[in-house]
Design a protein around this ligand. Structure first.
Ligand SMILES: [Ca+2]
Length: 187
C-alpha cells in the first residue's frame, strides 16, 4: 500500500478523464470506496518515474492522512502555489466512517476544461477508480462525502501561471449518523 510514498503522476494522465468541461464535473460514483489496492504503490512508482522524466524539476507534495479531521492546503498556501507541482493526499479514516470535504478557499488557474492546473477528487484510495470531480478556477466546490472510508485528492500544476491555491477541511463522519440524503453519492 501507499502508506508513505509520494504518489506522483505524469502530467498527461488526465487523458482518460471522463466528464464535462468547465469548472466542475461530477460523475456518479459506484461504491468503490473500499478499494485499497496493493496495486497503488506499483502504479504510483511507475507514474513517479514518468513524471520525473517529463518534469525533472517537479516538486512533490501531499501525503497519507489518517487523522479524524485535518485541513489540506495547496503547497505554500496562503501564498500562490508554484509551477510543476504534483500532490497526492490519500485519506483513510476508520472502517465505518466516511469522509466529508468542506472547501474553504479555492483559486486555481482557470481554463475551460481544467487541463492546466486542477484538483481532482477520487472516491477511492488511488486515482484509478472512483473519479468524482475535477476543479479549477475560483468557484468554490460544494461539499463532498465519500462512499467509503478512503478518499484521494490530487493536485497538479503545469509549467506556467499560478494562482492563490486552495484550502479545504476533511472530517471523518460515522456513516450511521448520515441521513439517507447522503448515502448514495457525492454532492
Ligand atoms: Ca498553471
Amino acid at each position: 500500500m501507499c502508506l508513505d510514498c509520494d504518489c506522483v503522476h505524469p502530467a498527461g494522465c488526465g487523458s482518460g478523464w471522463v466528464g464535462g468541461s468547465g469548472h466542475k464535473s461530477n460523475v456518479s460514483v459506484p461504491g468503490g470506496g473500499g478499494r485499497v489496492a496493493g496495486l497503488t504503490g506499483k502504479v504510483a512508482e511507475a507514474q513517479k518515474t514518468l513524471f520525473v522524466l517529463v518534469f525533472p524539476t517537479a516538486k512533490e507534495c501531499g501525503g497519507v492522512l489518517t487523522e479524524q479531521q485535518k485541513v489540506i492546503q495547496s503547497p505554500g498556501f496562503p501564498d500562490e502555489y508554484q509551477d510543476e507541482q504534483i500532490c497526492y493526499w490519500h485519506i483513510r479514516v476508520r472502517l465505518g466512517q466516511r469522509i466529508r470535504l468542506n472547501f474553504l478557499e479555492f483559486d486555481v488557474e482557470d481554463d475551460t476544461a481544467c487541463l492546466a492546473d486542477y484538483l481532482e477528487v477520487y472516491d477511492s484510495y488511488d486515482d484509478v477508480s472512483g473519479f468524482a470531480g475535477r476543479f479549477c478556477g475560483d468557484y468554490l466546490p460544494d461539499d463532498m462525502i465519500s462512499t467509503g472510508n478512503v478518499m484521494t485528492l490530487k493536485f497538479l500544476s503545469d509549467a506556467s501561471v499560478t494562482a492563490g491555491g486552495f484550502q479545504l477541511q476533511y472530517t471523518a463522519v460515522n456513516a450511521s449518523l448520515l441521513s439517507h440524503n447522503h448515502t448514495h453519492h457525492f454532492t
